[in-house]
Design a protein around this ligand. Structure first.
Ligand SMILES: [Zn+2]
Length: 169
């Protein structure tokens, strides 16, 4: 399998993780970590369920991968995630020594891999991490859009982004 086909295969796995988040009422972001052709970690956003602002798909996946390898060093691993990692996750990627990041949709609000800030390029740890964005971006973004649309419908407001409805007074 060539690299592109392999990347798509793993991004589709990350999308399936994102769909699980969707079904659980979480912002649908999914992640898988692959090393030497084996999936060593996977996860999806669980901020609401775990009531933990750090429970991003990437952080949880890095945790499962490190647990599986019994090693915090994920040298040579590739992380696939449906949305560009935020600065927190980009920092965790550097700390875990992941070699390559492939993300789906850019995050124009809080992307940490070049879109709003760049934690990776020229990092102070001098880690050489390859970053590639835009793989299956339409599908990744489509799931997020569908989620926010559903949330708005359930809240019954007119659809203004960020409007959570009138406050009780
Ligand atoms: Zn994050």
């Amino acid at each position: 399998m060539d690299q592109r086909a392999e990347d798509e295969k793993y991004m589709r796995m990350a999308l399936r993780e994102a769909e699980r988040a969707f079904d659980e009422g979480e912002i649908p972001i999914g992640c898988v970590i692959v090393k030497d052709g084996t999936v060593i970690g996977r996860g999806h956003n669980q901020v609401e369920m775990l009531k933990d602002a750090t429970a991003h798909a990437e952080i949880l996946s890095i945790g499962t991968a490190s647990g599986k390898l019994e090693n915090w060093r994920l040298d040579g691993a590739t992380l696939y995630v449906t949305l560009e990692p935020c600065p927190m996750c980009a920092g965790a990627i550097l700390n875990s020594r992941i070699a390559r990041v492939v993300y789906g949709s850019p995050d124009t609000r809080f992307g940490g891999c070049g879109t709003t800030v760049d934690v990776i390029s020229g990092n102070a740890l001098k880690r050489d991490v390859k970053v590639e964005g835009g793989l299956l971006a339409d599908e990744c973004l489509g799931l997020l859009k569908a989620f926010f649309q559903k949330m708005r419908l359930e809240k019954g407001d007119s659809g203004n982004k960020g409007d959570v409805g009138p406050k009780a007074s």
